[in-house]
Design a protein around this ligand. Structure first.
Ligand code: 5GP
Length: 120
């Protein structure tokens, strides 16, 4: 899928839409989800134009890739989740219902999160 420069995260990156930023560095931006599903619900993504992890893994530089995972750890510690634990989740494409076509991970925490997937 081609990258859509008008997706909402691209617009937030350009400063066209506000966000509650929790972390930023040269390669990564993280902010609170507008419809939180847990006491902590952060969206973290690379600033580069990647629709899903496939493109990120194939095309991102080693610095972008390493920086991304380091940033996940930083945000989790910053939000006090290192002790209590947390969940990272990423939707890629149609089956999981990816809503925003810019690669991102959700970081959930701050309560018992229950089953990873609902029973069928
Ligand atoms: P996805 O289903 O693509 O993995 O998740 C997209 C997430 O982006 C959803 O949890 C949704 O609430 C969040 N979201 C959509 N639009 C906005 C927005 O304008 N601002 C913020 N902060 N989050 C958004």
């Amino acid at each position: 899928m081609a990258y859509d420069r008008n997706n909402v995260f691209a617009r937030i990156l350009r400063g066209e839409i506000p966000c509650q930023k929790v972390y930023e560095d040269a390669h990564v931006l993280a902010f609170n989800d507008i419809r939180p599903q847990a006491p902590v619900h952060v969206l973290l993504f690379p600033k580069g134009e990647y629709v899903s992890v496939d493109g990120f893994a194939a095309k991102a530089s080693a610095g972008e890739q390493a920086g991304f995972i380091v940033a996940v750890g930083k945000v989790a510690r910053q939000d006090g989740l290192a002790e209590s634990g947390y969940r990272t989740l990423a939707n890629h494409g149609a089956d999981p219902g990816q809503e925003v076509p810019h690669f991102h991970v959700h970081i959930f925490g701050g309560k018992r999160l229950g089953r990873m997937l609902p029973r069928e």
